[in-house]
Design a protein around this ligand. Structure first.
Ligand code: HEC
Length: 185
């Protein structure tokens, strides 16, 4: 890698980190984005979450089609896209490892969903708006993001990358008007 590219990347990373901090300081949170599977699961588990129920779900092994049917039977208020998002989250992330499933704070220990991952991993080096929220990609094209030289070193596990890709293919792009004005850059 040339020094020029290195400096450019560092500049991008520093600028992105500042942008990210500015967005958080402005009180932005990812609530404007479609819910991911973790958020939908917690909604389904009630408030406060029924931990026994959550544990049963977290330890189950089903195919994605079976998960879709399970979710549709349990959560009647979800849209078709939300059911697809939840079924994809289940299929990618479950069953959880035994030690995680047994934790008393299981609700907090659930794997990050696509929305969490996009919000936390994608705005350090460039804006979320142009590089994520407005991107219209098929599933494989989302997976391919991780093949670019500048993305290869991202610290996301294979499971997180797949969760991110599945969520994004279902829920992106967002409509311009649904993104808070101070994030449209
Ligand atoms: C370590 C810094 C870094 C992080 C973190 C990062 N990117 Fe990038 N990204 C870059 C750089 C550098 C480029 C190329 C120059 C540019 O377009 O700004 C780029 C370009 C892109 C592009 C346009 C080129 C392409 O590959 O199609 C997209 C889309 C993109 N990033 C999406 C993402 C998403 C989604 C995430 C989170 C999963 C992410 N980026 C996280 C550094 C980063």
């Amino acid at each position: 890698m040339s020094a020029r590219v290195g400096r450019g990347r560092l500049f991008a990373a520093v600028t992105g980190a500042l942008v990210f901090l500015a967005a958080q300081a402005a009180g932005e949170d990812p609530g404007f984005m479609p819910k991911g599977g973790r958020a939908l699961l917690l909604e389904m588990a009630g408030s406060p979450p029924d931990i026994g129920e959550l544990r049963k779900i977290a330890q189950a092994r089903r195919t994605e089609v079976e998960w879709r049917g399970f979710a549709a039977a349990r959560a009647k208020n979800l849209s078709g896209r939300e059911l697809d998002t939840l079924a994809a989250y289940f299929a990618v992330n479950l069953p959880l490892a035994e030690d995680v499933a047994q934790r008393g704070d299981l609700a907090k220990a659930l794997p990050a969903d696509g929305r969490d991952l996009a919000w936390n991993q994608c705005q350090f080096c460039h804006s979320l708006f142009t590089s994520y929220l407005t991107q219209d990609r098929e599933l494989q094209a989302w997976r391919n993001i991780f093949l670019s030289p500048f993305h290869r070193e991202m610290k996301m596990s294979p499971q997180e990358r797949e969760e991110f890709a599945r969520y994004s293919a279902l829920n992106m792009p967002m409509k311009f008007d649904d993104v808070p004005p101070d994030l449209r850059f």
